[in-house]
Design a protein around this ligand. Structure first.
Ligand code: SF4
Length: 277
């Protein structure tokens, strides 16, 4: 069996930077609280927990004076304020690209634009962007949702960093008749786009693509979606144990892709297992 490894694959610079910071802090302090899972990959979370990471879902659960890690998706200024009020030390792993989206949304709001965030309303990153806007911000996931959006003088748009460009374009086109002035910041992260391009190429060059990544990872789900849309046979696995023998049967050329939250060690395990076949 021939394996073609997608390029790029695995950790993006934002996640790598955040996990490196977290590991350094774990070595220094021994025990650290993360507000929400630091990464959408259960295998990596298990590893970090073994080094002293503790997970909490809200500021109320944080012990006072504790060390708190903010994940790459970021958090709201309000949450940071509450954590500081409890005397916590903040280790900020927010990705610079997410900070950029937060900042653009804040600027648009300050300049009187009705802010629209194109993305998944339940995603922590979108909530962190929304939290940076002092006035109300709407979250729109698809152009269909624009039908009920009221007409406004000024509409300002930013995007969740992991959106597909096509989704942002279709929402922006649908918003054109709704505003006298429309300002758009394309805050989609190139790391995501490059991984989507890589999986598109693998879909064309192979008989099937294995996508490695947590089942709770949005960017991994997007890779699966993109490959399927290309008509490719896709197997989504979170770990080597999920490799399905019946899926492999009869395939001679397989592509390997991995989401931006999939650690290198996990990708290596999968490749090494498949290479021995
Ligand atoms: S996908 Fe992009 S925005 Fe998200 S953490 Fe990675 S580098 Fe940052």
């Amino acid at each position: 069996m021939k394996l073609i490894i997608g390029k790029p694959l695995g950790f993006c610079f934002g996640v790598k930077r955040a996990i490196d910071e977290l590991e350094k802090a774990l070595k220094k302090y021994g025990s650290i609280y993360a507000l929400g899972s630091p990464i959408h990959n259960e295998e990596e979370v298990k590893r970090l927990k073994s080094l002293g990471l503790r997970l909490v879902e809200s500021v109320e659960e944080l012990p006072s004076q504790s060390i708190v890690f903010i994940r790459a998706h970021g958090t709201t200024p309000e949450v940071l304020k509450q954590a500081k009020y409890k005397g916590c030390t903040i280790i900020d792993g927010t990705c610079p690209s997410v900070k950029n989206a937060q900042e653009k949304a804040r600027l648009l709001s300050e300049e009187g634009y009705e802010v629209v965030i194109v993305g998944d309303p339940n995603h922590p990153e979108v909530q962190s962007i929304k939290g940076c806007v002092s006035a109300y911000a709407s979250v729109i996931n698809s152009s269909k949702d624009v039908a009920t959006f009221p007409n406004k003088d000024k509409i300002g748009v930013v995007s969740q960093t992991t959106q597909e460009e096509g989704a942002l374009l279709s929402v922006v086109s649908a918003l054109v008749p709704k505003a006298r002035e429309l300002r758009v910041y394309n805050t989609i992260c190139k790391a995501t786009l490059h991984r989507q391009e890589a999986v598109r190429k693998l879909a064309a060059d192979t008989e099937g693509v294995i996508v490695i990544g947590g089942h709770n990872s949005t960017n991994t789900a997007k890779l699966v979606e993109v490959a399927k849309r290309e008509g490719c046979d896709v197997l989504w696995i979170a770990n080597p144990q999920e490799i399905d023998e019946s899926w492999l049967y009869g395939k001679h050329i397989i592509g390997i892709a991995a989401g931006a939250s999939t650690p290198d060690w996990l990708i290596k395990e999968v490749i090494s297992l498949l290479s021995r076949r």
